[in-house]
Write a protein that binds this ligand. Structure first.
Ligand code: 5CA
Length: 441
């Protein structure tokens, strides 16, 4: 993409309304624009990142055996009346009426709809276990939408729902999602610590939140320092191996970690030596629940069991804040110059800077590299605008692409480009005809 033909409305100054760094950087980098409180348009740079995160989430759900569907954003109130949540959800639910005066709502979550879909599509115990998920916009009329996409009113969530015959089988489904979350967050370059959590309006008795440690997080967290020493990257596992999945979950739940709502000072002291007690703040990027028959019972989600008797199914639900993750990753990965994207989610891999746009030689060398990178499928954003070099460097640092290729008159004399790694600021001179190789080898 040529920057001269792109849409990336950069802000020079810090927007006053943004309290935290990720919100500031997302606005400054032209990734989002606020449309109403807690509601954002995703501009091209932001949208590219959102899609990449969504795809990683999807791949890991699929790998764990979950099956993708898509449910509407607007739901009928009927099912919510059956489950008893229509009144209980209160003001956080956006309620609307259609032209026939029928009550509808913009879905804040999907337990009711999915349970009804599943109920109507199955017959016997042979139809379980299943886990269905979708990646869809939600609306919650939060009292205090803030911090940009971190606490929005309209936000993108991945929500999965498991259905099992027994609570024991349901536990395996829960464990699989737990591991899928470890894998997902690792691929996003995040360390998201699983913590015991409150179940809130979703209900149930077993629940973990996954929190990325960050000063600006909304939750207080208390945990064992040993978490830092664990292997957060290698989660190769056979999801059908019930024991192996269980062991991995046990490993990550054996150490003390709790959000402030569930924190128990006495237990903390008993289980964790004083010098290993850490506390701080965290961003909740995922939340998993096991709630048994809380929804399947009122909604009649049952199957014929092996002995011919009806069995009410056991369920859990599993959420990831896809749009929140965009902000969460920035909170975890930035410096004073701007964003530092992990390669897996970067909007483009390479930023190509032509310092002397308009100069025939610089244009020719830059265009050649641009076309060659594109031909090889390397995602490249080419700053071909007639702007001073300093401004271009600042913009490129701000938007945080992992690599910068800088073409200027000084290097060109020796047939060289400068390649800069955004994260480490390491720079090297690379022969013009070797630049493409650097990103394709
Ligand atoms: N039905 C369950 C699991 S599918 C559920 O709704 N869980 S939740 O309420 O915890 O939300 C799941 C995830 O969505 C959270 O972990 C968080 O990452 C994200 N999320 C929740 N509320 C917001 C919000 N207002 N803005 C952005 N992300 C949010």
């Amino acid at each position: 993409m040529r920057l001269s033909q792109y849409f990336m409305p950069i802000l020079r100054d810090d927007p006053k309304e943004a309290e935290i760094i990720s919100h500031r950087l997302m606005l400054r980098a032209g990734m989002i624009r606020q449309e109403a409180a807690g509601s954002y348009s995703w501009l091209p740079m932001g949208f590219r990142v959102l899609k990449k995160i969504e795809q990683i989430v999807r791949e890991e759900q699929d790998r764990a055996g979950a099956i993708e569907v898509l449910m509407p954003t607007l739901q009928s109130a009927d099912l919510w009346k059956k489950s008893g949540r229509y009144d209980a959800y209160g003001k956080e639910m956006l309620r609307v009426k259609d032209r026939h005066d029928r009550e509808m709502l913009y879905g804040p979550t999907n337990e009711e709809v999915i349970t009804d879909i599943f109920r109507s599509g199955i017959q016997s115990y042979k139809d379980v276990p299943r886990n269905l998920y979708h990646i869809q916009w939600k609306f919650r009329d939060e009292v205090r939408p803030r911090f940009g996409v971190m606490r929005g009113r309209e936000f993108l969530m991945k929500d999965a729902y498991s259905f099992d015959l027994t609570a024991e089988a349901g536990q395996h489904s829960y464990n699989k999602m737990f591991v899928a979350y470890l894998r997902t967050f690792a691929r996003l370059g995040l360390k998201a610590v699983p913590m015991r959590a409150d179940t809130g309006p979703i209900g149930g008795d077993s629940s973990h939140e996954f929190l990325v440690l960050a000063e600006t997080g909304e939750s207080g967290v208390f945990f064992d320092k040993d978490f830092h020493a664990m292997d957060w990257e290698n989660f190769d596992i056979d999801y059908d191996d019930v024991g192996a999945v269980k062991n991995l979950v046990a490993e990550f739940t054996s150490k003390y970690a709790a959000t402030d709502e569930k924190h128990d000072v006495v237990e903390f002291d008993a289980r964790v030596a004083k010098d290993k007690q850490l506390s701080g703040r965290g961003i909740e990027v995922g939340h998993i629940f096991f709630f048994g028959d809380t929804y399947s019972k009122p909604l009649g989600c049952e199957v014929q069991g092996p002995d011919g008797k009806k069995v009410t199914l056991q369920s859990g639900s599993y959420g990831i804040g896809v749009s929140r993750l965009v902000g969460g990753i920035i909170e975890a990965s930035h410096d004073k110059g701007g964003i530092i994207w992990p390669e897996a989610v970067a909007p483009f891999k390479v930023g190509l800077i032509n310092i002397k746009a308009g100069d025939a030689e610089a244009d020719a060398a830059s265009d050649k590299i641009y076309k060659a990178l594109q031909a090889k499928g390397v995602e490249v954003l080419y700053d071909d605008r007639a702007q001073p070099g300093g401004a271009k460097f600042a913009t490129m640092d701000l938007i945080g692409l992992p690599w910068q290729v800088i073409i200027g008159p000084r290097g060109l004399k020796d047939g060289m480009a400068e390649v800069k790694h955004r994260k480490t600021d390491a720079r090297e001179n690379v022969a013009l005809d070797k630049v493409v190789e650097k990103f394709t080898a």
